[in-house]
Design a binder for this molecule. Sequence first.
Ligand code: UDP
Length: 359
Amino acid sequence: MSVFVVVGGTRPEAVKLAPVVRALRASGAEVRIVATGQQPRLFDETLACFDLSADLRMEVEAAAPAAMLGQLVPRLGPALAGARAVLVQGDTTSALAGALAAAYARLPVVHVEAGLRTGLAEPHPEEMHRTLIAQIAQLHFAPTSAAVSALAREGVAAEAIVMTGNSGIDALLWMAAKVRGQPVPAALSAVDWRRPVVLVTVHRRENHGAGLAGVMAALTELSAVAEILLPVHPHPAVAGPLRSGLAGLAGVHLTAPLDYPDFVWAMGRATLALTDSGGVQEEGPALGLPVLVMRGATERPEGLASGNARMVGTDAFAIVAAAREVLAGGAAAMAEPAMPYGAGDASARMAKAMMARFG
Ligand code: UDP
């Protein structure tokens, strides 16, 4: 039997790898999930939403990417023994560590969500991570045609690239069907769902500090016209300032990270997403949820092109102006559902390609 080892450590990796694990197992493969310990609770809890759990859990003491990589690469080696191929997803430190550990063990690396690029040095270290993984991987699952082109430009052979769509959309559609019609989840009961709701996530390194100050100023102003629902990312550089800057404001709801089903429920009901998250930029369009991207550059231009997303950066005036326009109904095209990141069949395509190559 073909044995595949999946290495991951963060919430988005759990979301995007879960459908792939399920599809591979349905194809008859044996799949072992190795959790790196990068976000141990979020990774485990998110996998559980898909009735999956890690087969092996590592512990990392380090939080900084360089130190975490140094701990993970040697520790992951033995966990990969016997694998026909090792799967990693995206651009996290865990993904690069998994790819390097596999490469040192001379095992083939499969990269899920390959070819996303800003073409800049930023975001750092993510752009560096995904570009390095592309150098190591033998099989690249590119979600979109732009991602295919980016890989081709870097010299990846056409036969090593499969355009699959993003498996995050598979996860989303599966979960959206499960939560559709469900009553307000307990974790979201403080929100007044009769009012417009702005769903906010902010966590990225480039927004720590000055960027976060702009976001908080914008949210303070927007709380006069909408409910603000902000599940606070556990990273201390955002959790501390958000809680001290926004706690107690009327209409602002700071919650713990939401379970994936609750978050999908909220995306289905919110009026607008304000986010720097990669995953939310992909999920919003599929649900017809307008997305304002609080970043200076994105590796996900497809949502901008489909008219579902706009870049606003972290300037308070720019955020407030764009949000007010959407809340006033002035950007109806942004709320037209579109599928620029895939149709929900990415994991089936990935399983088929993997079984053909390694099965
Ligand atoms: N998400 C979640 N609960 C939350 C916030 C986000 O389940 O409170 C999900 C979201 O639907 C998406 C993923 O987590 O699938 C995005 O994770 P994150 O923003 O941490 O990472 P990024 O996508 O920026 O890499």
